[in-house]
Design a protein around this ligand. Structure first.
Ligand code: ADP
Ligand code: MG
Length: 270
């Protein structure tokens, strides 16, 4: 594990190897207050959470409970006022190629093809051009976009754009992949389909995944654990272990029971 990370850091001439179950996250007593029109908004209040290497963890909760704020901290795009966050025992100090992030809006560059948008994520990494092209081809295969390598973003459906964004997030083989409602804007069928794909991707890439979602069924289908958050102040209400082998059947009584338990917790928050 340490070796994998070192190869990533020391400017060796190869792309980093797969993360091999690194990506352990520790969130220790993290808080953040924003000033909005002269008033304090407690976006996050004393959040503590450990995420296991290779875990698939989802975060659900009403709008405004601090989900995106927490994900931005994990990405190194913003910082807590109090508390610390470490990934593999190193404190997060800014954005890093070790942490991929995918947003609800895909944020692809409109003038670049699918292939080039994905390849952009590898630009600042060591490794020969041929090796990078091979990685891009592998990702295109992984997210099911073969035949669309040269397509421009405006020629893609919503689902295809999100697949491209996910491939871009995965390109540098980050031990930690952060997903902020990546399927939120898609229709139900495409969404269900992409959930299965996300599961396959997680299994083949072996990254730790933190997914923010509004969709309780999606969280239960994908996750080892689901963190239910509550707003004002943003805090963890409960953490629920999801039992059952994957792929899970949505009609399974245990699946339905966990889904209902989480939905009731959320209804209570409203
Ligand atoms: P969620 O993703 O769960 O909907 P957010 O993390 O986006 O919630 O926001 C949590 C709270 O913090 C909200 O009340 C939001 O308005 C506030 N907030 C988030 N980012 C900022 C910011 N940059 N400036 C001021 N307030 C913010
Ligand atoms: Mg959000």
């Amino acid at each position: 594990m340490a070796q994998a990370l070192n190869a990533f850091d020391t400017g060796s001439s190869r792309l980093p190897p797969p993360p091999a179950r690194s990506g352990a996250v520790r969130i220790n007593h993290v808080s953040r207050t924003f000033q909005v029109q002269g008033r304090d908004v407690h976006a996050l209040d004393d959040i503590s959470l450990s995420i296991r290497p290779g875990e698939f963890l989802s975060i659900v909760g009403p709008s405004g409970c601090g989900k995106s704020t927490l994900l931005r901290f994990l990405a190194g795009l913003d910082k807590p006022d109090r508390g610390t966050i470490t990934v593999d025992d190193t404190e997060i100090s800014g954005p890093s190629l070790k942490r991929g992030i995918v947003f609800q809006d895909h944020r692809l560059l409109p003038w670049l093809s699918v292939e080039k948008n994905i390849g952009l994520a590898l630009r600042s990494l060591p490794g020969a051009a041929a090796e990078k092209s091979a990685r891009v081809a592998e990702l295109i295969e992984l997210v099911g976009l073969r035949g669309f390598e040269s397509a421009l973003p405006h020629q893609l459906s919503g689902g295809m754009s999100q697949r491209t964004a996910i491939a871009r997030g995965l390109a540098p083989r980050p031990p930690l992949l952060l997903l902020d409602e990546p399927l939120g804007a898609l229709d139900a069928l495409t969404r269900t389909h992409l959930q299965s794909e996300l599961l396959d991707i997680w299994e083949s890439e072996q990254s730790t995944v933190v997914l923010v979602t509004h969709d309780v069924e999606e969280a239960v289908f994908l996750s080892d654990r689901v963190v239910v958050m509550a707003p004002r102040p943003g805090r963890i209400r409960r953490i629920i272990e999801v039992p059952g082998e994957r792929p899970r059947r949505r009609s399974d009584p245990n699946f339905v029971a966990v889904r209902e338990e989480i939905s009731e917790l959320l209804a209570h928050e409203h």
